[in-house]
Design a protein around this ligand. Structure first.
Ligand code: DQA
Length: 144
């Protein structure tokens, strides 16, 4: 199965942006780690990052035909985007929401997620390892 891994705004700066919160691993590092784990799990990964809400929605639509599951870190759109929630509702497979930081330990506006209304699982506060945990969970859900 193909897993679509989607990262939202500012995550292109991962490793350079607020490393005390998000760590020093770059998005490239995360993608390489995911690709290696996916191979072990008998999965493939496709990666997408955008700073634009509509582009993220287009990626979700394209995943409808090709992906068995989605890992998504919608970044700040987590807390604002009914449109991304609605797009994910058009996808039939499992969806795991990832946050690198523990959003529940941070500002109140980060405590609510629209995307969680659709996500089958949510991983927060596990650092960039969260993407790998999400892949493992999808491997289980897809096999079931
Ligand atoms: C984030 C948490 C969001 O609140 C924030 O806007 C991000 C990243 C995370 O991975 O911890 O950009 O999704």
């Amino acid at each position: 199965g193909l897993i679509q891994i989607i990262n939202g705004p500012n995550l292109n700066l991962l490793g350079k942006r607020q490393p005390e919160i998000y760590g020093f691993e770059t998005l490239e590092d995360v993608e390489a780690d995911c690709a290696a784990l996916a191979a072990d799990l008998g999965l493939q990964c496709a990666f997408y990052q955008s700073n634009y809400e509509g582009a993220l929605i287009d990626c979700i639509h394209q995943a409808r035909d090709k992906a068995a599951g989605i890992v998504i870190n919608p970044a700040a759109y987590t807390h604002t985007s009914v449109a991304i929630l609605d797009a994910l509702k058009t996808f039939d497979g499992p969806v795991i929401e990832v946050h690198i930081s523990n959003v529940h330990q941070r500002e109140d506006f980060r405590h609510h997620s629209y995307v969680s209304l659709r996500a089958d699982g949510v991983i927060a506060g596990c650092g960039t390892e969260g993407y790998q945990l999400a892949l493992r969970r999808l491997a289980t859900l897809i096999a079931d």
